[in-house]
Each structure stands twice: as C-alpha cells, then as structure tokens.
Design a binder for this molecule. Structure first.
Ligand code: ATP
Ligand code: MG
Length: 391
C-alpha cells in the first residue's frame, strides 16, 4: 500500500494565540512554494494540521522537500479512510502483513468525540483483527513497538500513520520580517543565515567583494551558498554585491595597520545599515562568534557596533567552531565554504590586529579618511549589483 496523504503538525505555532491564523497561512504558502515541483498536490489547512493529498506524487520525494520547511514540527505519511472501522481494520492488517516487523502497537486518538467507540476499545478491536489476519508471529509491545500504528479519528475521516518524521522546526520564513545577512563565503555566515531563517526571519544578503584582489571564484562561492540557503525559503534570495576595493585601499592608506581591520568593519556595518534600511530589513545578521578572531572580541564588537543603530543579530555568537561546522555540514554549505578563495577581509589582514581597539584612535583614523569616505561610500552603495538567486 502507498501512503496517499501527508499529515503535517505545526509544533511551536500552537502557542501563538490570535496570530495563529497568520502563521498557518504563511506556513501553507511557504510549503506550496517549496513543493512547487509537485503541482498535483492538494492542500487542506485545518486548525492544528495541514493535510497534503499526494494525488500520485512520490511520498519519499515530497518528504525530503518537506523536511526543509521551517514551522513544521513533524509529519507523517498517512492513509485516509472513510469513517468505517472495518475498512480501516482490513487496511492495517494488510499494512502489517506487507511488513516484516514482529512487534506492534495500535494507538488510537479520537478527536471526533461523537464517534461511537472509545480509543482503548478501538485499539483492542484492531489488534485482534491483525492477529487473525497476519500469518507470521506477532506480539503487541506497548512500550517499544517496532511498528507504531497511529489511528486518528477526526470529523472528516480516519487517518492511519506508521511513521513520524521530524520537521525542520522553527517558524515559517517571513513571519518575523526580514534582515540583511552579511555573507562572506566562509563557514560561519551561511550558518548564521540558516539559523535566522529558522526563526521565521527572511533574509537578503550583502557581500563585500574587492576585485581584482578577490576573483570570480570567490563570487561564485557566495552564489553557491545562497543557492543552498534559498531552499529553506520561498525559493528566492536577493544578494547585493558591494564593490569594496576603493574603500579598502583608502582605509589601508590612511589608517594604522593594526586598526585597519576595525575601521574596515565599521565601514561594512555602515554600508550594511544603509542597504538594510533601503531594502526594508530590520536588522543586520552576521557570523561573528565571541573571541574567534581579533575583530570578534567584545571590545572590538563594541567599537564596531557603535557606528550603526539597527540591531545586529549574531546567531552563532556562543557556538564553538565545531558546533558551527556541524550545522554547516547538515545544511550542505560546508564543502562550499572551505573551497580556497580569498575573502576581502583576508587579503589585507594585518599581522597584529588590535583586540582591544581604542575609540579615540579609530575616530582619529577615520578623520584621515574624511575627505574621501562619504563619496566612496556613496559610490559603493550606488554601484552595488543586485542579483536575485532563484528568480
Ligand atoms: P565566516 O566564516 O562567515 O567568513 P569569519 O570567522 O571568517 O566568518 P570574519 O572574516 O571576521 O569571520 O567575519 C565576521 C563576519 O563578518 C562574517 O561571518 C560575515 O558575516 C561578515 N563578513 C566578513 N567578510 C565579509 C564579506 N566579504 N562580505 C560580507 N560579509 C562579510
Ligand atoms: Mg570570513
């Protein structure tokens, strides 16, 4: 027997009171967009569940895609039956017959309280029928059954399920607004982007490139990463590629070498904030993690953060590198991130960057830049390329 339905459970959404309709509608929309390759699917949204009628689509292929939809707690492949217990009993016996497992449990949930039999009685009746109609040796195991058959008696139908697949969790992407991800091509920032999407916040990306010091391969890396991340959204992510070369050269011409990185990151933040506001993003997101490099000590972060007023989200702030790598491997960005190509930050890197930058010294450095900096920032913003991946 082939499962003909998928039953989707929402998890955290159930706690969201009067906003739940917004949530479930968004989840439905995102699910449809992520499953766009299966136009035959039919959707039925109910209060606490989403039912997807497969209509001939391969459930294994649909399962794989469904695992990337944020806001889904779990889902099951299911068989939908009319409300006739005899039909259900025969079908379950057939399912167990087709399997080779030796212990099972029937778990009935009766949300339709008008259904004439109680859950416990239904469990016993179905199990009895199974024993009569299955040829091999079978046992009921209520604690650790090899095969758990869930029977949900609802108002419209009876659903029978034999598996529970873990969903991606989190909230539907977009329900929490939009943020601008600073995407470098390294390991950390794509993971930061993934975790942001997971909390229901949609993203656009900004990448600072320094041609000819950074090349086409570095750029390709960024787009390959975005291509992975977009599978967790409605399919599209916009990337702003900012040409950072002139700004960077100016910083290195006018500032102390040990302060250049700090000043440069202040420039990135300033440009990031302007782009964010222009594109309706309510925060910046980056892959900073406390203490990982000189610019990521709390002292550095403090001084860098001072130049902007929108929030900066740092989803990997408290993770160890190995924990970040684990997530990168899970979301398939790791192999792309470790391809050896230069990032604009690594090219001009100082031998001894400061870990406790002094604000007065930085501000003095920036005064040296005063003549050119406004123009350079303006040009960088005006010439930013805007590319939507997946459009
Ligand atoms: P990653 O692995 O993400 O590159 P990192 O440990 O190399 O991070 P840094 O190079 O100090 O750290 O950068 C910290 C964060 O600043 C990055 O995670 C990213 O969000 C942002 N960033 C760095 N370089 C760029 C860039 N060229 N374009 C956009 N954002 C950048
Ligand atoms: Mg980096």
């Amino acid at each position: 027997m082939e499962a003909n339905y998928i039953v989707v459970r929402f998890g955290e959404l159930t706690t969201k009171g009067k906003n739940r309709k917004l949530f479930t509608q968004k989840l439905l929309k995102n699910t449809k967009e992520i499953l766009f390759e299966f136009p035959q699917l039919q959707y039925q949204l109910q209060y606490d569940r989403l039912y997807i009628y497969l209509n001939g689509a391969n459930h294994l292929l649909v399962n794989e895609k469904l695992k990337t939809v944020f806001g889904i707690h779990s889902f099951s492949n299911a068989y939908k039956f009319e409300k006739d217990l005899d039909v259900v009993k025969d079908a379950i016996a057939k399912m167990i017959n087709e399997d080779t497992k030796t212990t099972f449990k029937i778990n009935t949930k009766r949300s339709d309280k008008t259904f004439p039999k109680k859950s416990q009685d239904i469990n016993r009746e179905i199990a009895g029928h199974v024993f009569h109609h299955v040829d091999r040796q079978l046992k009921v195991d209520v604690h650790h059954p090899e095969m758990l058959v869930t029977v949900e008696i609802r108002h419209d139908a009876i659903y029978v399920m034999t598996n529970i697949i873990k969903g991606a969790g989190g909230y539907p992407v977009g329900i929490g607004g939009k943020a601008l991800l600073m995407l470098s091509g390294g390991i950390d920032s794509p993971v930061a982007g993934y975790l942001t999407l997971k909390r229901g916040v949609d993203i656009e990306c900004v990448h600072f490139a320094a041609p000819p010091y950074t090349n086409e391969f570095a750029r390709e890396k960024v787009f390959d990463l975005v291509d992975k991340l977009r599978h967790y959204t409605h399919g599209q992510i916009t990337v702003h590629v900012v040409n950072f070369t002139k700004l960077q050269l100016a910083v290195y011409d006018h500032c102390d070498e040990s302060y250049a990185m700090t000043v440069m990151r202040r420039m990135m933040y300033r440009i990031g904030e302007k782009l964010a506001i222009k594109n309706h993003c309510l925060a910046l997101v980056n892959g900073e993690s406390i203490g990982q490099v000189a610019s990521q000590t709390l002292d550095s972060m403090n001084v860098i953060n001072q130049v902007i007023s929108i929030p900066v989200l740092r989803p990997v702030l408290c993770l160890d590198k190995l924990e970040i790598i684990d997530i990168a491997q899970k979301i398939d960005t790791y192999d792309i991130s470790i391809r050896p190509h230069e990032d604009c930050c690594t090219i001009f890197v100082a031998k001894h960057p400061v870990t406790k930058p002094n604000v007065e010294r930085i501000e003095k450095s920036e005064i040296n830049l005063a003549d050119c900096i406004d123009d350079l920032m303006k040009t960088a913003l005006e010439t930013a390329e805007v590319i939507t991946v997946g459009a």
